[in-house]
Design a protein around this ligand. Sequence first.
Ligand code: GAR
Length: 221
Amino acid sequence: MTEAGQTPLPLVVLISGSGSNLQAIIDACANGQVNAEIKAVISNKADAFGLKRAQRANIPTHVLDHSLFGNRQSFDRALKKLIDGYQPGLLVLAGFMRILTAEFVNHYLGRMLNIHPSLLPNFQGLNTHQRAIESGVKQHGVSVHFVTPELDGGPVVNRAIIDVDSSDTTESLGKRVLAEEHKIYPEAVSWFANGRLQLNGNQAMLDGEPVPALEKYANET
Ligand code: GAR
């Protein structure tokens, strides 16, 4: 539950697709699990279903189509301008499938979270469930991390670990991971909103204690 009397933390959420994580955060803000208010949802894709989810919740939406920009830097600068008009205390990447420039990332350092469907530092990048199955790992999962200029390399703040069954397919594994995403992302946002989570150098701190890192799998390069 939120702490009584505390002003809700203003959020901006960036999406590219279905927005099921956005939905989990919308719901958690509405039911009081997260003391935050989503001020805007921005998508780089006009057909992202998450835009409909935001509109249903009366949240302002914007489409900023990256293909209309000449380069990554000009897109990121326009995105930053749009975001900063809402003065968010936290920027939440929820399935936002764009690589961000260091200039953009550094502007939001310590106040930007991402969710990545693997146990970081394992399986950075795309197709994480397929790669987990192919590599034969026994455990897989999802990580919420602070975003730093290293792609999918920022310090992990929250994670869920699930066992991989020998019968698992990419779809079955992805489905179980996604169900965990919807729990751990609102939880991490609530920690941040309640002042419990900070980035200290390259270390995430929760309640003043370092969040432990995981080892890389031996067969992950
Ligand atoms: C989620 O599985 C999220 O972890 C992943 O995209 C999906 C978005 O789903 N993000 C990444 O792969 C980032 N590298 P959603 O739109 O339903 O929230």
